[in-house]
Design a protein around this ligand. Sequence first.
Ligand SMILES: NC(=O)c1ccc[n+]([C@@H]2O[C@H](COP(=O)([O-])OP(=O)(O)OC[C@H]3O[C@@H](n4cnc5c(N)ncnc54)[C@H](O)[C@@H]3O)[C@@H](O)[C@H]2O)c1
Ligand SMILES: [Zn+2]
Length: 362
Amino acid sequence: MAKSPEEQHPVEALGWAARDASGHLSPFSFSRRATGEEDVRFKVLYCGICHSDLHAIKNEWGISTYPMVPGHEIVGEVTEVGSKVGKVKVGDKVGVGCMVGACHNCDSCANDLENYCPKIVLTYNGIYYDGTTTYGGYSDSMVADQHYIVRIPDGMPLDSAAPLLCAGITVYSPLKYFGLGELGKHVAVVGLGGLGHVAVKFAKALGCKVTVISTSPSKKAEALEHLGADSFLVSRDQDQLQAAMGTFDGILDTVSAGHPVMPLLGLLKSHGKLVMVGAPSEPLEIPAFSLIIGRKTMAGSGIGGMKETQEMIDFAAKHNIKADIEVVSMDYVNQAMERLEKGDVRYRFVIDVGNTLAAIKP
Ligand SMILES: NC(=O)c1ccc[n+]([C@@H]2O[C@H](COP(=O)([O-])OP(=O)(O)OC[C@H]3O[C@@H](n4cnc5c(N)ncnc54)[C@H](O)[C@@H]3O)[C@@H](O)[C@H]2O)c1
Ligand SMILES: [Zn+2]
């Protein structure tokens, strides 16, 4: 008979798990492996709440297994390292993002793109090499192969750094790859949530002219004055859209729910690129002519490789880029999920795991 999550490994662990597609999270005892020779073990201090966690706990993509401990924007302090670990030492501040394994043999892995490895092991809701389920960062400790450990630069606040491990790399990578994060490029960010608000900050730091496209006129002042965007477009305002037709080199679409993309394609210059990073469960409707006219490209992008993730966080430290966060306690997580669903957060919830999880016993 298969061993229970508590008995699979030698090290006790406590997390919060969803048990079914209701997505309701509650305390959960499980176990983690002993520190292997290439492994880094750390005490989790903070974990961001990504909208992907919400899609996953509710099985919106149809690939969820339960119990599920979500969380892939994880930071903490190293408590133990394996004998072959040279990258970090006990006491260092580290992070883990969306993945903890890949094949290291394929073309993607050879090009530092473990994120596109067909055998990627996700941080949670994945199956590790040893056949056991992976559990994420809504938990007291983490253990990962050193290859998947990100060094958090000295002096970077850990709570607002956590969201960079998913939201940050997810927007940084396409800005670089598609040649959009360059001086003078006009880039639009659609959806001003967790991903969107850091996209504005990275694009500005890379020298772009940035427009935020949002359904909520209420976000205009913040986008311009606080996040540093150059202009703001209300996506439901036909006059504003009409005036902006053909003006963008690229658009990063971070929207989490189904929405029309044809108007966005119309906003691109000829040869412009619409890059989907948001992952709605509903299919998109793309009329061929909206791509044909102006030879436009529509593409997708998923997180980023480990090398680029470290580059992103070092860049963020240098340019003082942080996520805007609301820190919450572990037992607030269900309310946080409800508020995230309604878009009621500026702009990322981060769970203070280190101070608030241990107090709760299942
Ligand atoms: N590609 C990747 O690697 C990757 C990585 C992380 C997250 N994601 C996905 O990106 C999406 C956004 O994640 P997030 O954490 O920033 O979420 P979020 O909830 O913080 O932000 C989503 C934004 O979309 C807006 N929005 C929601 N429904 C809308 C609609 N119908 N029309 C217009 N705007 C709408 C919200 O107001 C919000 O500003 C999610 O689908 C998530 O799963 C993808
Ligand atoms: Zn994420």
